[in-house]
Design a protein around this ligand. Structure first.
Ligand code: ATP
Length: 360
């Protein structure tokens, strides 16, 4: 096992106007589960592929432990990849598929069998070892792909959207399996996904990327509670954080007629156009005369314990969507106007132009 370090690692594809990854600096601790997440095209696969040696590094360095691997061929890096398209060999049994790379590496047969049996036990695949891939479910095939990686006892697992071929239910199931497996094996893992829920539920830390640049690298809770900029605030969380244009006047933030409570740090820093963010669960219903934000309700989604109230609020004449989570026992109806407010510790203030976080 080992740490992984990217030092200003750059990938510039031939003929492209800008680099896909201009220069990434990232340190991943020994045994850590690091998730790279971001929208399509943000450079997360390219970053992972540079680590795996599948993509050239144009400048900068990559280390696995103390060893620089920047120019080392993939097979000598001591990593194992698990891809979205796990492409098992159809004519080989599960055991043969899992043992294949060991055979190529000329590992003796007895040792191969032992490693495959151990991995099969961990993955619950023992009874399927003699089957061909076509006689397995999608989830079982995915576990065989994991098995192929595990038998090699690599220093690092590199996983690129390994769950995207599974249906929604199987994905939820398998993501828990992978997270548990990784914790048990303690192998440093870099995992790429575009799904923020997957990122939040699996990662020890999550690296959020946009246009090849890291936006924030943090624990899932820190990302949720203290997003470093507007992009992270909007990307992490479902339903999304309510982000509203506001005006800063004398240390106070106004959304239309609503005076948003902000913390002293934000109050000192903010000027002119700002954006305030409030998560749906941080609103509280108040009565009409308490100076809350008026929200005209368009849809109420009742989930049992909670309900999500979707509505619009006129901000300087422009209707903007507001989402409020209320208790499932609160009675809110489509068509009515409710009033909501919140507390300073739940208000995220950002500079609209730079996107930078201004609140604590
Ligand atoms: P996705 O989730 O869609 O796979 P991603 O975040 O993994 O996206 P990358 O695949 O790393 O993004 O791509 C980053 C950028 O590099 C994109 O603009 C993409 O078009 C470009 N790119 C990727 N591979 C190549 C290539 N082989 N040649 C030229 N440009 C490429």
């Amino acid at each position: 096992m080992a740490s992984v370090t990217f030092e200003k690692a750059q990938r510039w594809f031939p003929g492209a106007d800008v680099p896909a990854v201009p220069g990434i600096d990232l340190e991943i601790a020994d045994g850590e589960f690091m998730v790279l997440v971001g929208p399509s095209g943000c450079g997360k696969s390219t970053t992972l592929r540079m680590l795996a040696g599948l993509e050239e590094v144009n400048s900068g360095k990559i280390f696995i432990g103390d060893r620089e691997v920047t120019n080392i061929p993939p097979k000598d890096r001591d990593i194992a990849m698990v891809f979205q398209n796990y492409a098992l060999y159809p004519h080989m049994s599960v055991a043969e598929n899992m043992a294949f790379s060991l055979k190529m590496a000329k590992v003796p047969e007895e040792e191969r069998r032992r490693r495959v049996e151990d991995a099969a036990k961990i993955l619950g695949l023992t009874e399927f070892l003699d089957r061909k891939p076509k006689a397995l479910s999608g989830g079982q095939r995915q576990r065989v792909a994991m098995g192929r990686a595990i038998v090699r006892s690599p220093q690092v697992f590199c996983m690129d959207e390994p769950l995207s071929n599974l249906d929604a239910k199987m994905r939820v199931h398998t993501r828990t399996d992978i997270a548990k497996l990784q914790a048990d094996l303690g192998v440093t893992t870099v995992y790429v996904t575009h799904d923020q829920v997957e990122a939040m539920t699996m990662g020890d830390r999550v690296a959020v990327m946009k246009l090849g640049e890291l936006q924030q690298v943090d624990t899932p809770l820190r990302l949720y509670d203290k997003p470093a900029n507007l992009f992270v605030a909007g990307f992490i969380g479902s339903p999304q954080m309510n982000l509203m244009e506001a005006t800063a006047v004398d240390g106070q933030a106004k959304v239309g007629e609503y005076l948003v409570p902000v913390d002293p740090t934000a109050s000192k820093k903010m000027q002119g156009k700002i954006t305030v963010g409030v998560r749906p669960e941080n609103w509280r219903l108040v009565s009409a005369n308490e100076g809350g934000l008026p929200v005209k309700v368009t849809v109420v989604e009742e989930l049992g314990a909670d309900s999500y109230v979707y509505g619009t609020s006129d901000v300087a004449g422009v209707p903007s969507t507001v989402i409020v989570r209320v208790s499932g026992r609160d009675t809110v109806h489509k068509g009515e106007t409710v009033y909501v407010t919140t507390d300073p510790e739940h208000v995220h203030v950002f500079d609209t132009e730079t996107g930078e976080r201004l609140s604590d």
